[in-house]
Design a binder for this molecule. Structure first.
Ligand SMILES: [Zn+2]
Length: 198
C-alpha cells in the first residue's frame, strides 16, 4: 500500500513537471509572435488624429494677418487686395481643417493611401507636389507637414484613396509616391509663399 501511494505521488510529480515544461516552452515560443503585436501597437499610434501636431506647427490667423500686412503681391507679382488677403487667411485655416477631417474620416475606414489633387494652378507648389502624388497614412503620421495647405493660397488638397491597394496609374491621373525611395519628402514651400486665389 505504502509503495502504491509513493508511486502515485511520484507519478503526480512527474505529471506536474511535464505540464510546467510545456507551459514554459510555450512562453519561450511567444516572442515569435511579437512583431505582430508591436506592429499592431504602431498601427494604433498611426491612427491617432493629426489635429494636434498639425495645428501646433502652423501659424495662427493673427500671425498670418500680421505677415500679410506688409505683402502686396503674390509669388508671381499679382497684386493682393485687402479682400484677397482676408480670403487667404480664412482659406488657410479652412483648408487645414479639411485635411485633418479627411484623415480622420480615412482612419474610420482604415485608409492606407492619400493622394493629392490641385484645385487651381499653383506655381508655388509646382515642382514639389502635384496632382496624383500620393502618401501613406504612416508617412502622414511621421511627417504631418505633408498635409496641405503648404502655404498661403495653396491649391493642393489631400484625398483618401479607398481600399488598401497601392494607388494605380489611371488615364485621368498619373499616380506616383510623393516621397523618394529613401523616404525623403520633397522640399515643401514655406507657408509665407503666396499664391493669389482665383
Ligand atoms: Zn501650394
Amino acid at each position: 500500500m505504502m509503495y502504491l501511494i509513493l508511486a502515485l505521488a511520484l507519478f503526480l510529480v512527474l505529471v506536474l513537471i511535464a505540464v510546467h515544461m510545456s507551459v514554459s516552452r510555450r512562453d519561450e515560443e511567444a516572442p515569435a509572435s511579437k512583431p505582430v503585436l508591436s506592429g499592431s501597437g504602431v498601427y494604433s499610434i498611426v491612427r491617432r488624429s493629426p489635429r494636434e501636431t498639425v495645428l501646433k506647427a502652423r501659424p495662427a490667423a493673427g500671425e498670418i494677418r500680421q505677415y500679410l500686412a506688409s505683402v502686396n503681391v503674390d509669388s508671381t507679382g499679382k497684386r493682393l487686395s485687402a479682400e484677397d488677403k482676408e480670403r487667404l487667411v480664412a482659406a488657410f485655416a479652412a483648408d487645414t481643417e479639411s485635411s485633418i477631417a479627411e484623415v480622420e474620416a480615412g482612419d474610420k475606414e482604415n485608409v492606407e493611401y492619400y493622394y493629392y489633387d490641385c484645385r487651381w494652378e499653383d506655381p508655388v507648389c509646382e515642382g514639389a507636389v502635384a496632382r496624383g502624388h500620393y502618401v501613406t497614412r504612416e508617412e502622414i503620421y511621421r511627417l504631418p507637414q505633408l498635409l496641405p495647405p503648404f502655404h498661403l493660397g495653396c491649391g493642393c488638397v489631400v484625398k483618401r484613396q479607398h481600399g488598401s491597394e497601392t494607388p494605380r496609374k489611371t488615364i485621368a491621373m498619373s499616380m506616383r509616391p510623393l516621397l523618394s525611395e529613401t523616404h525623403e519628402p520633397p522640399r515643401l514651400p514655406d507657408w509665407r509663399s503666396v499664391c493669389r486665389m482665383p
